[in-house]
Design a protein around this ligand. Sequence first.
Ligand code: PBG
Length: 334
Amino acid sequence: MSKTKNRSNAGFPTVRARRLRQNPALRRMVRETTLSPADFIYPMFIVHGQQVRREISSMPGVFQLSVDMLPQEAEELLELGVSSVILFGLPAKKDPIGEENFAEDGIVQQAIRVLRMTGSDMIVMTDVCMCEYTDHGHCGIVKDGKILNDPSLEILGKVAVSHAQSGAHIVAPSAMMDGQVFAIRRALNEAGFPDTPVMGYSAKYASAFYGPFRDAADSPPQFGDRSSYQMDPANRREAIREVELDVIEGADIIMVKPALPYLDIIRQTRDTFPNLPLAAYNVSGEYSMLKAAAQLGWLDEKKVALESLTAIKRAGADMILTYWAKDAARWLNE
Ligand code: PBG
């Protein structure tokens, strides 16, 4: 090699990328993305009954829990450094509009009160949607086989207010009805909750990766699918438009969902909206597929889970809704 080439700063052998990879301390020093238990939001499925802790068959390690199990669960989470949860409820009875969804003694309302009673500083978020509560399993009001937008907004507003009245810190609409963030913001303001933040499931795709969740929350649509309201997986520009609308409507936190198959959307959302907190939902199917492979001995669960969560953060998410919250916190604390 000529001297000039050797002196130039242009490349090898002057430049060696491996210099900073020589040992763990060096690698730690130049690490660009780090995970912390405080990044995680733990989804929980609340059921009626007592002493219920029922494992979801398609989601090993995730349980449906009755309200009396929550204080212990919250304590465990806080000890691990996970300081926020998002609640999903399974009602005692389903009907066309989902009455229990906004009932004072609804299952989520009970769960919120119990979690707030523990006096801990656990952030209690709630999913605001209709599919777990309606007999048709859709996320809005159904008429003649169609999912109606505007009449659903009124219900979503009532649900959000009911959650806030029970003590929810943050409400998170996931129904993908147009105008849902604005409808909820207005309902909260009118009910005396101007300070309750709204986390919008802003860019939520019609994804088959929600399959196991529908076992957990007993919420599969009884006819058709959700593609008339959730987004087409093929669309990227539209995601930016969806997020923009949530921002205009007053969302305090925005979200992309699912996470792993949509890292490009997370990245573009982060770049387009640099000043808003961005959440990503590492959904049930993302969890189940790695869990299944790990159970077969094909993948190392701890490594692939932490790698996945790191990738979601690296793509631009500030916080991650994940069923691995507890395990990941444990692994990070090891
Ligand atoms: C409610 C809702 C769903 C998920 C979160 N909120 C299901 C759906 O839209 O069908 C999915 C979460 C997951 O798969 O982990 N609409």
